[in-house]
Write a new protein. Structure first.
Length: 758
């Protein structure tokens, strides 16, 4: 039956929608409704305390509803469009690698739930005489719901008329027919909104329906359990295409209490009648029927809850609509849902001879024409939580693949550039897959974006990858013929001389053994300005100063502190460690540059890493002027948190974002990130953190610093390679990346000794 109470003569007349407005209001009879779309929240993996807070927040949202408001929660598993995994060729010599990586992504995604996407909607409505009269009140209700959803930690937003009609069209065309509605076309055609969203046909039988080319079945959930589980909805929604709708009608509190007292009075009367029968029959009058005793106990408890525990009464109807391409597939899906319902002491009951009413009542229009309701308190209703786990499926050329959501099976695509602070950390024990994860991201960035990539490589692990991608490996070593000039000055900086003077202070602080005095700092600053005077007057590459020039200027100064610094610098100018006293002779402008620091001894390790960081600053500054992003990967990151390097690293984490830089630190020593308040800023200023398997001591630190629940920490406790937690802003996901081993890329990326030797 349609909204006018007569038998529909067309598919359009079956749909209980009379009018839709551009602002998102829909009219169905005298009911005016609006809809909100909201995202999932991390319920299953958060701590018990956070789960309780989320439950209480959802409970308060339900309690805030006015008795005149109708609420419908719609949870839809919709077919996801088959987006082809495609990495466009560029003709740069690396298209074979792109094709292999494209095939790897296809294989990975084929294992997950890529073909289904989950959507969540909240529809609310009131009875009114006109849209004009309903609009102000609906806007107030919308504002209140949005605020409460925000406090729950979930993003939500209203649907305008266009999006709402597109949603209805999608729900009525599970075979993927796109919506073709727009207000201008409607005005010119003279057709109604229903003409645009209706399927080609409806066929309703007593036991099911056909909607276009798809078979379907509408059911209701008969709740027989005294207490429901918060897992019920989550498990029901683990299947294929389906729609679950929960209709809620809050009751007036005074009316509910009065009604319950009347029922208790009737119950007492029945007890007296039973006692009289017992007396006349000659047996103990205290023996009452079990159902009468249980009902009385439940009714008294319910009355107490309503009067003293801030509980309200709701009339609830839970409806499900399953669809499939064949009858057998449909039967399997319905059977699976029925098994889940039975596990939670409920029954999935087919709506025999009410299939049309059931299907139309699951649509997010706020209208419930199935007259099957169950009375529930606020707490019992709130247990039907719509939350499970965050998903991260961003799109765009900068959205990179990070594995599969280990909880839901959905692929994880994320764009670090969308974060407020794209700085990142990859943390894990040896063998957990830290370097492999970094290399996989490097490959993804190289093949799909135009960003430049720079790597600080203290263990020479990145050579095969960089060479395969045509990058430049710069081997910084006393025995190497490749040189990087620490005196290189980048005029693209906002204040290049001041920045270089700061670098030289750090350089000489390490050379002199630490603890430069104020007089020595003043001397270094003076000499820095003198040594670059000629270059700034005529900035040609051959006029770039060397360390030797700084050494000579120090000798010319009158202060004894200047001669002390010159004496300390002599070893690096004309002594056995003079590798930094040369002009740069490698292509540091290559898109992919790896600085190999493995052969630097203890004396030179810190200086080498400081020089590399300075080169990276120069590159970021140059790319900033060109509008290009620069990604920097620092393996064995804990080495950059020691001595004079720490302040330089902290500065990178503070300022890179403004210059288009995206730094990533890779380390197994999480404790080093908390060595001082200044260094802890690195952890606080990293909105992207990939946690792989963690040692016990590090787990405690990270759980406290990153507010990770015990359930979430289970994913970094004795976890396998490539398995862990991805922290993206406020989103925490369990991820698993099982990279195929029968590929050229795997052989290039792996750092396992046996595999490297093979």
């Amino acid at each position: 039956m349609n909204i006018f109470g007569k038998k529909p003569l067309s598919a359009q007349e079956s749909i209980p929608l009379e009018r839709a407005f551009p602002d998102g209001i829909c009219r169905s009879g005298g009911l005016y409704t609006k809809s909100l779309r909201f995202r999932d929240a991390n319920y299953e993996l958060c701590s018990d305390e956070d789960q309780t807070a989320l439950f209480e927040g959802w409970r308060e949202l339900l309690n805030s509803l006015d008795p005149a408001v109708r609420l419908q929660l719609t949870l839809a598993n919709l077919p996801a469009p088959e987006e082809p995994v495609s990495i466009p060729p560029r003709g740069d010599g690396f298209d074979p690698v792109r094709r292999e990586y494209e095939e790897i992504l296809r294989r990975q995604l084929a294992q997950g739930n890529r073909h289904v996407r989950r959507e969540k909607y909240l529809t609310f409505g009131i009875e009114a005489e006109s849209a004009k009269a309903a609009r102000p009140r609906l806007e107030r209700i919308e504002a209140g719901l949005l605020e409460r959803l925000r406090k729950l930690g979930t993003e939500a937003g209203p649907l305008d008329g266009q999006v709402r009609l597109e949603l209805l069209c999608e729900l009525l065309h599970m075979d993927g027919v796109p919506a073709r509605f727009d207000w201008e076309r409607q005005a010119l055609s003279g057709l109604s909104e229903r003409d645009f969203i209706a399927p080609s046909s409806f066929v309703f039988t007593g036991r099911g329906f056909r909607m276009g080319e798809r078979y379907g079945e509408a059911s209701f959930l008969q709740i027989m359990a005294s207490e429901l589980s918060d897992r019920l909805l989550a498990e029901l929604l683990e299947g294929e295409e389906q729609i679950v709708s929960l209709h809620l009608q809050p009751l007036e509190q005074a009316w509910a209490v009065k009604r319950l007292k009347q029922q208790l009075t009737d119950l007492d009367r029945r007890k007296i009648d039973e006692q009289k029968k017992a007396f006349r029959a000659g047996y103990d009058s205290d023996i009452l029927p079990a159902d009468l005793t249980a009902y009385g106990s439940g009714a008294h408890k319910l009355l107490q809850d309503l009067q003293s525990r801030n509980e309200r009464m709701f009339l609830a109807t839970v409806l499900l609509a399953h669809t499939a391409g064949s009858r057998r597939e449909l039967e399997n899906r319905v059977s699976r849902a029925g098994d889940i319902a039975r596990q939670h002491s409920c029954r999935l009951v087919r709506l025999d001879f009410q299939q049309e009413r059931g299907l139309m009542s699951v649509l997010p229009l706020g209208r419930n024409d199935v007259e099957i309701q169950r009375g529930l308190t606020t707490s019992s209703t709130a247990v039907l939580l719509p939350f499970r786990s965050h998903e991260l499926r961003q799109t765009g050329p900068d959205a990179l693949y990070y594995g599969m959501n280990a909880l839901t099976g959905y692929p994880v695509f994320a764009d670090r550039k969308r974060l407020k602070n794209p700085n990142g950390l990859i943390l894990g024990t040896p063998g957990s897959g830290k370097s492999f994860a970094a290399k996989r991201e490097i490959v993804n960035v190289f093949l799909t974006t135009g960003d430049d990539l720079l790597i600080a490589d203290p263990e020479a692990e990145y050579h095969p990858l960089v060479e395969r991608l045509g990058g430049q490996v710069v081997k910084i070593s006393p025995s190497s013929c490749q040189y990087v000039n620490p005196m290189d000055l980048n005029l693209e900086d906002e204040n290049p001389l001041a920045l270089k003077a700061d670098f030289l202070l750090s350089f000489l602080d390490i050379v002199a053994g630490g603890g430069l005095r104020p007089v020595e700092k003043a001397v270094v600053d003076r000499c820095a300005r003198l040594v670059y005077r000629a270059y700034l007057a005529d900035p040609r590459p051959e006029r770039m100063p060397l360390l030797e020039d700084l050494y000579l200027y120090l000798l010319e100064q009158e202060e004894p502190e200047a001669r002390r610094l010159a004496a300390a610098l002599e070893l690096y100018v004309s002594g056995s460690l003079s590798l930094f006293n040369h002009r740069t002779n490698v292509d540091v402008r290559n898109r992919l540059v790896c600085y190999d620091l493995k052969e630097l001894g203890k004396q030179l390790k810190q200086l080498g890493m400081l020089v590399v960081q300075d080169q990276i600053w120069n590159r970021v500054a140059a790319n900033r002027s060109a509008g290009k992003s620069t990604r920097y990967y620092a393996d064995e990151f804990h080495l950059l948190l020691q001595g004079g390097l720490a302040a330089w690293s902290v500065e990178i984490w503070k300022r890179f974002r403004k210059w288009g830089g995206i730094p990533t630190g890779i380390t197994q020593n999480s404790k080093d990130l908390l060595a001082s308040p200044e260094i802890s800023n690195i952890l606080e200023n990293s909105d992207f953190v990939l946690l792989l398997n963690q040692a016990a001591g590090d787990r405690e630190i990270l759980a406290r610093q990153l507010r990770i629940s015990p359930r979430q920490m289970e994913y970094v406790t004795q976890s396998g390679e490539g398995e862990g937690l991805l922290i993206y802003g406020d989103t925490i996901l369990p991820v698993a990346d099982r990279f195929p081993r029968d590929t050229e890329l795997y052989r290039i990326l792996t750092t396992k000794f046996q595999e490297v030797q093979a």
